[in-house]
Design a protein around this ligand. Structure first.
Ligand SMILES: NC(=O)c1ccc[n+]([C@@H]2O[C@H](COP(=O)([O-])OP(=O)(O)OC[C@H]3O[C@@H](n4cnc5c(N)ncnc54)[C@H](O)[C@@H]3O)[C@@H](O)[C@H]2O)c1
Length: 327
């Protein structure tokens, strides 16, 4: 029997992935990935978009020594009425030397965890260290992991949440009974030390006058052409850090202001990887406003999928099948 006879592909469901993920571990893995990316040790092209239905599909490949992955994920804004999540898809995790597909796993949980982790890492580097109020705009799937991730780093005394569906804010507050969470008007939510915006809005929601000096904003919702959550004058008065310049200019918070001539690509101060490796500074003074424009990049998914795969192997989780022939 050859060694290849032992190879199988692990199928990992959303339940498997959820039970394997632990936010502190995801944050370390994702921060390491940003560092390695800044040092030129991880590779990825910008994500590819395909319009489909009322939403889109995204293909997000990335590679590092030993491992490669691709996320095939769809954003469908009307899925809730069909009882389905708005972000839905799968990831393939492979051996980068042989191409062998080591695992196929649910992508929605990975997306939520790595998105929360990335924003909280941005907050770690860009927010004021004494930040103790968190404002969450949008009480959907991403809000839960934003709170989990920020609670790993900051001593949060008050969490404000706003959603156009009040029942979503209430459900969120009920989910974390041990935390001080207030369903609040949008302007109060936006007046927090750290503000995370996570809506599919295509018009600015958050006004410049609500943002206090010293605030850090994670603009998470805009991740495709035409999406926008912030008054563009916030960007012109802020230190702007992006996850990836090409993706941010095509579909991030800066995409609409750039297309309308209200913001220039040269006004971006840094990428998160440059800040993590210490090549660029990010925040320089306590009264500055900082904005992290998060579009979601494939290295975050690769780092998280690697963690999930390794833990699944250690714990004997998932269904192992002979998906490809090795003979
Ligand atoms: N940047 C990234 O890496 C990344 C990752 C995942 C999702 N996203 C984006 O984040 C957004 C949210 O994703 P999700 O998975 O939480 O979706 P979701 O559908 O679970 O939640 C979205 C929430 O926003 C609320 N909402 C919609 N319009 C609003 C408005 N005008 N004001 C206030 N609330 C409003 C909805 O009621 C809903 O509760 C989407 O645009 C998605 O594409 C970005």
């Amino acid at each position: 029997m050859g060694t290849n006879d032992m190879l199988k592909t692990l199928i990992l469901s959303a339940k498997d992935v959820r039970e394997l993920l632990e936010m502190g571990e995801v944050m370390s893995a994702v921060e390491d990935a940003f560092r390695a990316y800044g040092e030129g040790k991880l590779w990825m092209p910008p994500k590819a978009y395909l319009k489909a239905g009322k939403g889109d599909f995204r293909a997000m490949p990335a590679c590092m020594a030993g491992a490669a992955s691709i996320k095939w994920v769809s954003f469908q804004p009307h899925n809730r009425s069909k009882g389905l999540p708005t972000v839905i898809g799968v990831m393939i995790y492979s051996d980068s030397e042989t191409g062998y597909p080591l695992a196929v796993m649910d992508a929605a949980e990975i997306t939520a965890y790595r998105t929360g982790a990335t924003a909280a890492i941005a907050s770690k580097y860009l927010a004021r260290r004494d930040s103790h109020t968190l404002g969450l705009v949008g009480a959907g799937r991403q809000a839960y992991s934003q709170l989990l991730a920020h609670a790993e780093i900051f001593k949060l005394e008050l969490i404000r949440i706003y959603d156009i569906r009040p029942e979503a804010s209430q459900r969120f507050a009920d989910f974390f009974p041990h935390l001080h969470i207030q369903a609040s008007p949008l302007e109060d939510t936006a007046s927090s030390d750290i503000v995370c915006t996570m809506t599919p809005a295509r018009e600015p929601l958050v006004k410049r006058e609500w943002i206090r000096n010293g605030t850090h904003i994670n603009a998470v919702g805009a991740d495709a052409d035409g999406k926008q959550e912030l008054d563009p004058t916030i960007l012109s008065h802020a230190v702007v850090v992006v996850d990836d310049l090409r993706q941010a200019s095509a579909g991030g918070e800066i995409n609409v202001p750039i297309s309308k001539g209200m913001f220039k690509l040269e006004q971006v101060d840094a990428t998160l990887a440059q800040v993590v490796v210490g090549e660029k500074q990010g925040r320089k003074a306590d009264d500055e406003i900082t904005v992290f424009d998060a579009t979601g990049i494939a290295i975050e998914d690769l780092a998280t999928a690697k963690l999930v795969y390794e833990k699944a192997q250690q714990q004997g989780r998932g269904l192992a099948i002979e998906l490809v022939e090795t003979g």
